[in-house]
Design a protein around this ligand. Structure first.
Ligand SMILES: [Mg+2]
Length: 293
């Protein structure tokens, strides 16, 4: 199963969108149409890469837009960039989401005591390759961190690309500690402080910031897949989320639309145009030092 992307609008502007197509050339939603599993028997999951490592643009699957293209998060009318919080540069992993998952804001997690953040579950991919935006990769899940962001549960799944030369040696969270010393500590440090330059408090973590193992992570992902199934079959209220899809069988989803309707959705967005410069006054070009509490 392979996917390609199609850019629309002007890069580094509010109009930029990245749409997804399957191998038949049909538009698909990266939230709903890409299967969660690449290989269920081996517990290999798909990940949609939203942010390549060492970049700053906060790109994400637009859960409220039809066909859910990737677009840059906007805050107070401005494109959002994550700051370089010393000693980090941009995101320190390939960052993305597992399709067909949803952290239900109506479900209070038994371990964190907090409800979901209304997004697909997030992934930090720790392989050597710097992925590209919109790449759909296959990963082995190694563990999970339970971040609490302003009172919402926001799981961060740790995973490695199955094509990474070291993937065969990484099978659980302890292997990251052993083979990539410092990476887990850096991950907690990054999530704790990344919003401090925006004037926000440090993020908190359940389990005292300890990572849970592979089995716990897989169970967590499966529970978010269950919430997504309820969402796509209209058993849960979608709120403002856009569930339009082209591949979930119509019997399973009232939101399934035709190939022509999907083409029309893309046709209504701005055609591909020239790139803008990233504002040189922006925080993605500075280094921020924040006091550790
Ligand atoms: Mg999240």
């Amino acid at each position: 199963m392979s996917f390609t992307v199609e850019e629309r609008g002007n890069p580094n502007t509010l109009s930029y969108r990245l749409f997804f197509k399957n191998s038949d050339g049909k538009y698909v939603s990266p939230f709903h149409d890409i299967p969660m599993y690449a290989d269920e028997s081996q517990n290999i999951f798909h990940v949609v890469v939203e942010v390549p490592r060492w970049t700053n643009s906060k790109m994400e699957i637009a859960t409220k837009d039809p066909l859910n293209p990737i677009k840059q998060d906007v805050k107070k009318g401005n494109l959002r960039y994550v700051a370089n919080v010393f000693p980090h540069k941009g995101y320190i992993w390939n960052y993305g989401a597992i399709p067909q998952t949803w952290e239900d804001p109506g479900h209070k997690d038994g371990d964190t005591g907090c409800c979901g953040d209304n997004d697909p579950i997030d992934v930090c991919e720790i392989g050597t390759k710097v992925c590209s935006r919109g790449e759909v990769i296959k990963v082995k899940v190694l563990g999970v961190l339970a971040m609490i962001d302003e009172g919402e549960t926001d799981w961060k799944v740790m995973a490695i690309n199955v094509e990474d030369p070291e993937a065969k040696d990484l099978n659980d969270i302890s292997d990251i500690q052993r083979l990539k010393p410092g990476y887990l500590e850096a991950t907690v440090d990054w999530f704790r402080r990344y919003k401090v330059p925006d004037g926000k408090p440090e993020n908190q973590f359940a389990f005292n910031g300890a990572f849970k193992d592979k089995d716990f992570a897989i169970e967590t992902i499966k529970s978010t897949h269950g919430f997504w199934k309820a969402l796509i079959s209209e058993k849960t209220n979608a709120g403002g989320l856009n569930c339009k899809n082209t591949c979930v069988s119509a019997g399973d989803s009232p939101f399934c639309c035709s190939t022509d309707e999907a083409k029309a959705v893309v046709g209504r967005t701005s055609p591909c145009g020239t790139e803008d410069h990233i504002p040189c006054s922006g925080k993605s070009l500075k280094i921020f030092f924040t006091l550790r509490l």
